[in-house]
Design a binder for this molecule. Structure first.
Ligand SMILES: C[S@@+](CC[C@H](N)C(=O)[O-])C[C@H]1O[C@@H](n2cnc3c(N)ncnc32)[C@H](O)[C@@H]1O
Length: 201
């Protein structure tokens, strides 16, 4: 059984995939968890340096992601926020000991420089894991193999409307928009649990 910390997760999706696979997993977020289960509501730095076999982290991407890079040049206050976000991301990159996976969208060049130039190990898409949608998701991996697609449904995208393929991009504004957009896809969470959950020593 692995001891798994799912950092920056309010949804419990990855946590519950590991629990279903027989592991001792806990999620942590400054928000409460949306689904009942083991969850620490608070700053992940309170528990990051405990003994973990595996850490899966979903650090905030607002100031790091390429899709937001244009705002940096319009709003100078974002540079300091970018530095904070990059330092937070680097906490997971630099942690010594456990296996680590960090998930984030495509990063812009300033963020990449601030995290020390480290390049993601792979870019995955929801359609590789049974969801007929696109959303490029990068994974930085330490001590873990690249994820293998579990259910490639790319063919289904042909003929689908762009608004459906990029469902998350086209979500209407609303109080839940950011939360819905950042929730991990179930197929990706299940692949992590089945392919990485078997690696314990
Ligand atoms: C991009 S979202 C990830 C959501 C995740 N994929 C899920 O399914 O729940 C980033 C999350 O990091 C959380 N967060 C930000 N700073 C944090 C901190 N210092 N400690 C713990 N969680 C934090 C936010 O509240 C937010 O829910």
């Amino acid at each position: 059984m692995m001891r798994v910390l799912v950092a920056c997760e309010y949804s419990g999706t990855v946590r519950d995939a590991f629990i279903s696979a027989g592991h001792d997993a806990i999620s942590c977020d400054i928000l409460p968890t949306d689904n009942p289960g083991p969850h620490y509501q608070g700053d992940v730095r309170d528990m990051l340096f405990e003994r973990w076999d595996l850490i899966i982290a979903h650090p905030p991407c607002t100031y790091l992601c390429n899709s937001g890079v244009c705002h940096l040049h319009k709003d100078p206050t974002r540079w300091a926020k970018l530095e904070d976000a990059a330092s937070f991301f680097k906490l997971f990159l630099d942690i010594d000991g456990p296996r680590v996976a960090i998930e984030n969208p495509i990063m812009h060049k300033y963020a990449r420089e601030l995290i020390g130039g480290s390049k993601q190990n792979q870019v995955v898409q929801p359609w590789m894991f049974g969801h007929a949608e696109t959303k490029a998701t990068c994974l930085w991996l330490k001590g873990l193999p690249n994820l293998q697609p579990t259910n490639n449904v790319k063919e289904e995208l042909k003929g689908m409307h762009k608004r459906d393929i990029q469902r998350l991009h086209y979500l209407p504004p609303g109080p839940e928009r950011a939360k819905i957009r950042s929730k991990t896809y179930q197929g990706l969470a299940d692949a992590m649990a089945s392919q990485w959950g078997c690696l314990y020593d």
